[in-house]
Write a protein that binds this ligand. Sequence first.
Ligand SMILES: Cc1cc2nc3c(=O)[nH]c(=O)nc-3n(C[C@H](O)[C@H](O)[C@H](O)COP(=O)(O)O)c2cc1C
Length: 220
Amino acid sequence: MTIKEAIDARHSVRQYKDTPIEESKVSELRTLIAACNEESGLNIQLIVNDPECFDVFLAHYGKFSKAVNYIALIGKKDMAKLEETAGYYGEKIVLEAQILGLNTCWVAGTFGKKKCKAEIKSDEKLVCVIAIGYGENQGKDHKNKPLERLCKADLSSAPDWFKAGVDGALKAPTALNQQKFVITLEGDEAKIINKSGAMTKLDLGIVKYNFEAASGRKLL
Ligand SMILES: Cc1cc2nc3c(=O)[nH]c(=O)nc-3n(C[C@H](O)[C@H](O)[C@H](O)COP(=O)(O)O)c2cc1C
């Protein structure tokens, strides 16, 4: 599976099978996470086989079942662009997980924050978690806002890499599917900004990663 196919195949999955993640895949994920931490300065951790973190009312209300593995996105409280960076690297891990045949769901609200088993130092913050495992289903496509609200560029004359990037960005997960971002094209440079609102900086990092992965071009 290519990264573009992973973007197409990824949907939020909240119900998981009992099947544990194989040791070889856990090890691949840990290697990737270590590389992401090295590059970003984050302290992302993979927790496997912890039935407690999603064993809370909110998680059941949010229709989570058998979610026992998760990736905790953690970073220094005073890190510049902590949320955006967590979003960017979290989505990189999510797409690699999809390529490994695993399903995921970003979770900022419907989990037990105090039950999270990651090691969080006093100068660090838990940004959110990502549930991971073998899904009971593959999820489904989300609805998009009208294209003209998300992309302020003339797509009929835009280069192919930009169109591919926009397609990837529209398929990115955002909190409550809010899609509070705007993509522009200035000369040969694409830019993505977030609108104001809760979790929009985290969403921005996620959307930027999808745009880059789909277009093959780095954003500024
Ligand atoms: C930052 C972030 C936080 C999220 N928090 C939750 C959550 O607490 N509970 C939940 O069920 N889904 C959560 N989601 C999943 C979104 O609802 C989902 O990504 C969105 O509806 C789009 O659907 P899709 O991921 O299937 O494309 C979150 C997604 C993101 C990106």
